[in-house]
Write a protein of this length. Sequence first.
Length: 125
Amino acid sequence: MLYELEFSDREWTEVLRDQTELRYSTEETMDYARELLAATLGSKADLDARIESMLQNWDMGRLSLIDKNILRFACAEILFFPGIPGKVIINEALEIANKYSSMDAGRLINGLLDRFAKEIRTAEM
C-alpha cells in the first residue's frame, strides 16, 4: 500500500480498502493494516529523519523505494505498537525484504531495524 501510494493520487483509505478486499482480509487484519498505515503515513517525515540518521555513509535517496517503505512501516510498528515484540517486527520485515527486494536488502534492513529497536525498546531487546 505504501508503494502504491507513492505513485497514486488516491486517498490512503481507498488504497487500503482495495488492497484488503483483493486479499479477502479478515476484519482484524483490516483493522491492523489501517492502524499501521495511518501511523506510518502520519509520521512519515519523522520516520524518514530517524532512518536517515541511522544510515552511515549512505543517503536516503540511494535506498530503493521498497526498502524505504519496509523500514518506514517496521519503524512505525516499533514506535507505535509496543505489544508486538521487536524481534517479530524485524523478522516480518526481513521476510518481506527477502521476497520483494534485492539480495542485499535483508542485511541492511536487519541492521537498521535492530539498532532502531534497541534505541526505542531498550528493556525488550
